[in-house]
Design a protein around this ligand. Structure first.
Ligand SMILES: Nc1ncnc2c1ncn2[C@@H]1O[C@H](COP(=O)(O)OP(=O)(O)OP(=O)(O)O)[C@@H](O)[C@H]1O
Length: 309
């Protein structure tokens, strides 16, 4: 049996349209697929936890039909059943994880390929704990966690008014680059202490610090060109204080992965990262924004199983 978790809001209705087509497939009926539609943020996580608890033994996989936000929730919902395979059908606006996982097919073709010819890939994601002193729990991210400008951009991109505007003009693919343009005027360097694998890094100010599991970010930007999803380490990208003009130029070159040639950009590799600050740090994790004082990040020790095509 497959359980399908569908976010009807993902990709401005793209996920829902695809779900209607998948439901008509003979394979869908033959494989005894059962579906659940999410009703609000956080629902995919609760659903994933419930269905794995109940059907853990007989479940061939959880099919996630939505964007990276929905996948983030599902992966966190099944944390304690990490051998449950996840079959991700990207139908969001960014779809960076599908790029990172190097999925070639999309939509119905991907559904058919998962069910007819299941191939599995084990991936080490990363865990993070925000604000350790407040004892917030450990969570997992699929794409990236970033501090500074990164957090401001996602915050701007998620504003309801702005989302409706990008939908109206059919430019949802440009959500992140436009939000970046809006945020650049407000950005100031953040001040922090940074430890990689326990060793303090001698950089205390930056425009942004981003930690990623794979190369892609913000709807296809190649933020960490050398990062590979099957690697045992994390990529850490630090953009040191830089003029707004240069920052803009940097984000044009990000699409080609050429920004790492700039002297203000440093790329590191490590398995653990600790960042802290005396000021609130704006952050984003897999496209959700917030603010924190410290964060501890660690490459996961147990892998998550994904279907691949
Ligand atoms: N019924 C719903 N109505 C509104 N929002 C929902 C609903 N169900 C889930 N959500 C929320 O929608 C948010 C966005 O979903 P998701 O990230 O999957 O799509 P997206 O934003 O279009 O894609 P991407 O993250 O790839 O850009 C998620 O954080 C999720 O919590």
């Amino acid at each position: 049996m497959y359980i399908m978790i569908v976010n009807p809001a993902a990709g401005n209705g793209k996920a829902m349209n695809l779900f209607r087509r998948i439901q008509k497939e003979t394979l869908y009926k033959k494989e005894n697929c059962r579906s659940f539609l999410t009703q609000e943020p956080g629902h995919a996580e609760r659903l994933a936890l419930q269905v794995t608890k109940i059907h853990h033994e007989t479940l061939k996989g959880i099919i996630v039909l939505g964007g990276d936000g929905t996948l983030h929730e599902v992966v966190n919902g099944i944390r304690h059943y990490s051998d449950t395979p996840v079959c991700f059908i990207p139908a969001g606006s960014g779809n960076d994880f599908a790029r990172g996982l190097t999925l070639k097919k999309r939509g119905l073709k991907l559904f058919r390929s998962y069910v007819r010819n299941p191939k599995k890939k084990k991936v080490l994601l990363a865990d993070y704990i925000l604000n350790q002193r407040q004892k917030q729990g450990r969570r997992t991210f699929i794409n990236s966690i970033g501090f500074g400008l990164d957090g401001l951009v996602v915050d701007a991109a998620n504003e309801q008014k702005y989302r409706s505007w990008t939908r109206k003009f059919h430019i949802t693919k440009l959500t992140y680059p436009f939000a970046l343009l809006r945020s650049i005027s407000k950005v100031k360097p953040i001040h922090f202490e940074l430890f990689l694998d326990g060793k303090q890094i001698n950089i205390h100010q930056a425009m942004m610090v981003t930690i990623t599991n794979h190369s892609y970010y913000g709807g296809g930007m190649k933020i960490a060109p050398k990062a590979k999803i099957n690697s045992k380490g994390l990529s850490i990208l630090v953009v040191k204080p830089i003029s707004k003009k240069k920052l803009l130029a940097m984000f044009v070159s990000v699409f080609f992965g050429l920004h790492t040639r700039m002297k203000e950009v440093e790329e590191w590799r490590a398995s653990t990262v600790q960042i802290s600050s005396e000021q609130p740090l704006p952050f984003q994790v897999d496209g959700q924004s917030g603010s924190c004082f410290d964060c501890s990040i660690k490459k996961a020790e147990t892998s998550t199983t994904f279907y691949s095509d």
